[in-house]
Write a protein that binds this ligand. Structure first.
Ligand code: THU
Length: 130
């Protein structure tokens, strides 16, 4: 848990968020012990910005890992309560994380809320809807 927090915090500090000034860090623990981080990266064309959760998940898959290789994920921001992932990220997390994976939402005070992807996005749109 400490290592996951450290990586999420490191990623939080890597945030490129000159427009919102709202930094977010995410980290993902893999079965082989690797921890991959991701941060939010904004753009002057605001809609092209990418959230920390998606940066981290896309990095994991880009490294060649699959859904089953993932154990847990952490998301961190400087919020009064554990950060609440946006709707777009909930959709992506629902598809790319295993159902059993713990999603640990946290903040700089280390308040923590642990949820599963199904709780974050009940009745999600999935490949079975296509
Ligand atoms: N952001 C995230 O990185 N994750 C979320 O779940 C919520 C929002 C980012 C997007 C944008 O760069 C900034 O936070 C403010 O919305």
């Amino acid at each position: 848990m400490d290592k996951l927090y450290e990586k999420a915090l490191e990623s939080f500090h890597h945030s490129y968020s000159p427009y919102s000034h709202f930094a977010v860090g995410a980290s993902i623990l893999l079965k082989d012990g690797t921890i991959v981080g991701g941060t939010n990266i904004e753009n002057a064309s605001y809609g092209l910005s990418n959230c920390a959760e998606r940066s981290a998940l896309f990095a994991v898959y880009s490294l060649g890992y699959k859904k089953d290789d993932i154990l847990s994920m952490m998301v961190l921001a400087n919020t009064p309560k554990p950060v609440s992932p946006c709707g777009a990220c909930r959709q992506v997390m629902h598809e790319l994380l295993p159902e059993r994976a713990d999603i640990i939402l946290t903040n700089l005070k280390r308040d923590m809320k642990i949820v599963k992807a199904n709780e974050l996005l009940p009745y999600a749109f999935t490949d079975s809807d296509l």
